[in-house]
Design a protein around this ligand. Structure first.
Ligand code: SF4
Length: 398
């Protein structure tokens, strides 16, 4: 499909909106009240620390809502104001944060329901308003909504659109897009829908497997099994790895995306030589600034003598999970929670260890003086971080 032509025509449609509706001022006031925190402002102004009694809080110097998320939430609020009586749907969680999504439900911004493992768009009718979330939607979903005659409000973050543009360039030169991401993450599903041929690699170890295959060949069936669900229809590792463009899910671990890009570049240089490299390899810098800043701030924070880390963000939030991975790499006891409601009663915590189900632990805050490092993913409002800090103070009796 000519995805570029489709997008161009969609952007010219009078049913398509991606710049808000002129209610910014009133919406920002509401958002500040609902999501901002004076305590967090105070900590920011105090060099990102706050000491009370035995407890020292150390906040990462970049955390929480990124501008792409702020923009998406503001547009969703504006949409409700602009269409006060229409039915409003959203194709997915607008961002990966339970409190924000709950707030939208209260405003009667409904999520497209699932029938089994697939979204059931039969519920959407002509004239309904449908919001596309910050991490975008697949071309097929956009086409369907367009055909249904819906009003589309597109809050896709421009950083995500930048990745889609890279994939379009790969396609134009008949390159296979190798996407560093999670094949079933909504953003990667959307990104891969713009590609003709794609392969999604989750991490460096999978990328190494692919590069070995490029250089030495291997068992085709094993390859296809290993990457089941993570490649385009008809993908053939023996034919489709000669020309590669690298792309990424914007919230992956930056250092790993860079390593994977370099690995493919070196591999193709080894196979085809430096003069031919440009015919076989394409790469653009599409790591989002916000992801990079939050990860860099985390690398700074973990150098400090912390008793423990609390990482706050949705459990399906990729950028939050990567912040948690950094704490683990530095052997700091760390707890990933999605809201303050996971704390208590008493000194109890329900948290999600990396790659596992929720676990409950008792006495998670040690007695005596403690230094608690705190960060939050790009979808987490400051208000939630404030409540977590207050719970910690309450447990420690300060
Ligand atoms: S994390 Fe980056 S790509 Fe994702 S919404 Fe925020 S600014 Fe956009």
């Amino acid at each position: 499909m000519d995805t570029k032509a489709f997008k161009r025509s969609l952007h010219h449609s009078e049913n398509y909106h991606r710049r808000g509706f002129g209610h910014q001022a009133e919406v920002i006031e509401v958002l500040n009240t609902e999501y901002q925190s004076s305590l967090i402002g105070e900590i920011r102004n105090n060099n990102y620390q706050l000491r009370r009694g035995d407890v020292t809080i150390r906040l990462a110097e970049a955390f929480g809502f990124c501008w792409g998320v702020e923009r998406a939430v503001a547009m969703a609020y504006e949409t409700r104001r602009h269409f006060p009586t229409e039915r409003i749907w959203i194709t997915n969680e607008i961002i990966h944060n339970p409190s924000v999504n709950q707030r939208l439900r209260e405003m009667e911004v409904n999520f497209i329901p699932f029938a089994g493992s697939k979204k059931d768009f039969s519920i959407v009718g002509q004239g309904d308003v449908v919001i596309l979330p910050a991490f975008g939607a697949s071309v097929q979903e956009m086409q369907l909504l367009d055909h249904l005659g819906c009003t589309i409000v597109d809050t896709t973050c421009p950083w995500v659109s930048k990745v889609w543009n890279s994939v379009e360039k790969h396609k134009r030169r008949n390159h296979t897009s190798v996407i560093h991401g999670k094949y079933n993450h909504e953003e990667t599903v959307a990104t891969s829908s713009f590609a003709d041929k794609y392969l999604v690699v989750l991490n460096l170890s999978q990328a190494e497997y692919v590069c070995n295959y490029i250089l030495q060949g291997g068992n085709r069936e094993e390859f296809l099994n290993k990457f089941k669900n993570a490649y385009s229809q008809g993908f053939d590792p023996d034919l489709d790895l000669e020309c590669i463009g690298v792309a990424n899910q914007t919230t992956m671990l930056k250092s790993e995306t860079e390593q994977i890009g370099k690995l493919f570049e070196h591999t193709l240089m080894q196979k085809y030589g430096p003069i031919e490299l440009n015919q076989h390899f394409m790469s653009f810098n599409t790591i989002c600034d916000a992801t990079q800043e939050r990860q860099d701030a985390m690398f700074e924070l973990v150098k400090e003598p912390l008793s423990l880390m609390v990482v706050i963000g949705g459990y399906n939030s990729s950028n939050t999970t990567h912040l948690q991975e950094i704490a683990i790499d530095y052997a700091i006891p760390s707890y990933h929670i999605d809201s303050d409601s996971r704390i208590g009663p008493g000194n109890r915590l329900v948290h999600k260890p990396l790659g596992k189900d929720l676990e409950t632990i008792e006495e998670w805050l040690p007695s005596g003086p403690i230094v608690v490092g705190i960060t939050s993913g790009a979808s987490t409002p400051d208000k939630v971080v404030e409540k977590v800090i207050e719970e910690i103070f309450a447990i420690k009796g300060v």
